[in-house]
Design a protein around this ligand. Sequence first.
Ligand SMILES: NC(=O)c1ccc[n+]([C@@H]2O[C@H](COP(=O)([O-])OP(=O)(O)OC[C@H]3O[C@@H](n4cnc5c(N)ncnc54)[C@H](O)[C@@H]3O)[C@@H](O)[C@H]2O)c1
Length: 503
Amino acid sequence: MKTWSRKDFLKASLIGGGAALVAGQTRLYGQVAGRAGSANGDIRVGIVGFNAQGWGHLQNYLPGSKSKLDGAVLAAICDVDDKVLAKGRDAANKAGLKVAEYKDYRKMFESKEIDAVVLAPPNHQHSIMTIAALQAGKDVYVEKPLSHNIWEGRQAVAAAKKYAKNIALIGTQNRSSEQIMNAIAALRSGKLGKIKWVTATCYKPRDSIGLHEGPQPVPEGLDYDLWTGPATLTPPTRNGPKGTVHYDWHWFWNYGGGDITNQGIHQMDVARWMLGAPGLPKSVMSFGGRFGYRDDAETPNTLVSVMHYDTAPLIFEVRGLGRKKGMRAMDVYRKSSVGVVAQCENGYINIAENGGAIAYDNDGKKIESFEGSDNGAHRKNWIKAIQTRKVTHGLIEEGHLSTSMCHLANISYLAGAEKANAQLADAVASDLTTKDAYWRMLDHLKSNEVDLDATKPIVGPLLKVDGKTETLSHGDQVITDAANNCPIRKRTGRKGFEIPQIA
Ligand SMILES: NC(=O)c1ccc[n+]([C@@H]2O[C@H](COP(=O)([O-])OP(=O)(O)OC[C@H]3O[C@@H](n4cnc5c(N)ncnc54)[C@H](O)[C@@H]3O)[C@@H](O)[C@H]2O)c1
């Protein structure tokens, strides 16, 4: 049983819409923040969700851990899964800490024994928890992406403004990379000439998650109502290597947005930053599909999305299949599989996920390698932000815009329809950069022995984006309604988990 197919989306929308200074760590947190802090003045941190990414965060606050951050200590843990909670408790106890435990984050946020929270649950919980934590007077580090849909992300931005005495920072960690800052400064200097286009790639192996019939069991000891939060309450419909609940939610529209909101948000953020950090694009058009295997998942494993700006177009490409059928090695675009390339008049800069940031001339000869350290800088900057009461890297509004671009790409896809490959070729024929991305996608699919006559591509409409209202339009009212009523554009939560309207 599928939960939210693309068709369901379209149907639903048709019905509805057819219807102070760090002071070299010398001042105590309590003195600058006007809060208690721990007995020795450390920031008392609560972690929400620590199965995988949150586990790394948890280590940052354990005395004796190699990655321990100065000036902060773990005070509470929250997870809806008993097993995960027990793992956190054990780790805390081993480090000599006795921490408060919660299954319900709302109870945790009420505690006066916590100053700040790190939020690392699935994407569909990010905005609602950010808002609740800010309302409760906590400082917030929220993992990327900021939101599951554009509207709730905007509410989180509004909450950060309304409760501005609290710190709100998003975990798009490239924002703290000195190397990337140096590469972007070089781009801005204009020595390579004007930017002609920016292409971001997220070529990352994503295997089939398997095929199962009907609802799958919720693991014992996991509070599924709390896990579902503001999403639609429906039984799990997957049972891959990660089980029925954790991690594979990324591939279901009810909770995630596929790899573009998973790995891709990092490259989208860098791509927008390279373009000069503009707001939302003027338009978006996507095409792709879930190719190469049949499994339970809903999101595309192959996606090309083109966004138009006055400065230059931004092309975003997702590939989950390998370089060739049966191969795990991924395609490489201009020297990286996961990275961002800004093509300028006199050369290009490539910012790769693995840390390389290099300028090349138009013959591919290296001109300059950008240096700079990035040793967990973002998390250190978060502590610094709490101590100085000012966010310098990882601003929530920047996170919202980059996250929303991923959502825009998905909305065009979701508002699209299966078309013959020849029709897709026609649809992209007039735009050189789009056509180039299309041909490269075709080569990739051919190498994976995907027959586009048997599995037709989904071709999304070209949607106009109104950056002020964060809504979409198209010459066809049915498509306009489908796009705006799509839950990736707006979803307000469910009973008990309503997302407050602040903006
Ligand atoms: N910055 C990065 O580079 C990076 C890397 C990996 C993951 N992430 C982000 O971290 C988040 C978590 O990813 P993951 O791979 O750890 O996912 P996961 O599904 O493995 O773990 C999520 C955890 O959150 C818990 N949880 C769910 N709902 C909860 C709730 N209401 N209250 C408390 N706990 C709840 C789950 O029980 C689970 O333990 C994702 O949003 C992901 O995008 C960021």
